[in-house]
Design a protein around this ligand. Sequence first.
Ligand code: GLN
Length: 322
Amino acid sequence: MAQHKHAIDRNELERVVGEITKEIRSGDDWGEATKQIGALSGIDTRQFGIAILTRDGDVVCGGDAETPFSIQSISKVFSLELALEAHGDALWERVGRDPSGDPFNSVIDLERQKGHPRNPFINAGALIVVDMLLDTRGPDAEVQAVVEFVARLLDDETFDLNDEVAKSDNDAGSLNRAMLNIAKHFGNVRNGVDKIMSAYVRQCAIELSCRQLARVGRFLMLEGPDDAANRNLEAARRSRRILSLMMTCGLYDGAGEFAYRVGLPAKSGIGGGILAIAPNTASIAVWSPGLDESGNSKLGTLALEMLTDRLDWSSFGKIRTL
Ligand code: GLN
C-alpha cells in the first residue's frame, strides 16, 4: 500500500469524535424535527450520532451511531449514481448542474426553467432522475435497484425501508406532484406521475444507521491510487463529479453557508442525516433530527463544522498539518 502523506491517527480520531459527541449532547437546543412528513414529525429530537469510515477502513463512531434513521434526500445521491451509470451524460440534457438558491421543495423556478430543474438534488431534479431510472424499469424495480446498490455496499448487512414513512411522504406530496406536472407539461417527464412518486418516496424511506451510511458513502471517497474505485477511472470520475454537485447543491439554499462552515461536499435529508465526504480521507455520517431553516440537520452541521476544524479536513486546504 502507498504511504499516505497525512496518515490518519485512529487515537486522535477517537478523541475528537468523543469530544464532539460530548459537546453536542451537553447542549440543550436540539431544534425541531420536520413537520412535512407526519410519520417523522414525532421523533425524539434529543438524539445524535456520528460515524467515520477512513480510507484505511477504520470505523470510529460516537453517540447514537447504531440507530437507524430515515435517509430521505440522501437517497438522491444513490439514484443519481445509478442514473449516471445507466444514461451517462444524456442525464444532463434533462437536469442542470447549478445551485438553485431556493428551498428543496420549491416549484417557483421550474416554470421559468421550462421544466428543466436546476440540479439533481432539489426535489424537482431528483424526480426527473427517478423518471430516467424508470425508463428501463418499473417503480418496484427502481426501488429495488437503489436498495440493491445500498445492500451491495453494505456487504448485505440488513436494513429497512419504512412503508409508513413512504406513505406519509406520498400523502404530503402535493408540491412534488406539482413539479412533476410542470415538467411533464414541458415534455421532460416520460412516466406517470404516480409511478414516479411511488418509487421516489420509497427510496427516501430507506433507513440506515450512521455507521451504515458512512460505509455506503465509501464509493464517493476516492481513496487513492490503490483502491478499487480508482482502478476504474470512469467510476472515480463519476464520484468526483457527484462530489462537486454535493458541494454546490447538496444542502439546497444552505449550501453556501455549509461550504463556508464545514468545507466538505455533503448531502442532507429531512430525517436529520448528513453524508459528508472528505476526499481521499473519509466518509462521514452524522444524524440529529432537529433541522435548520433549510431543512438540514442543525446539530449534524455543527458536529461536522467542529470535526473539519479540529482535524483540518476542509476541502479548501489544510492550515495546520502541512
Ligand atoms: N421525501 C422528502 C420530500 O420529497 C425528502 C426531502 C428532503 O429530505 N430534503 O420532500
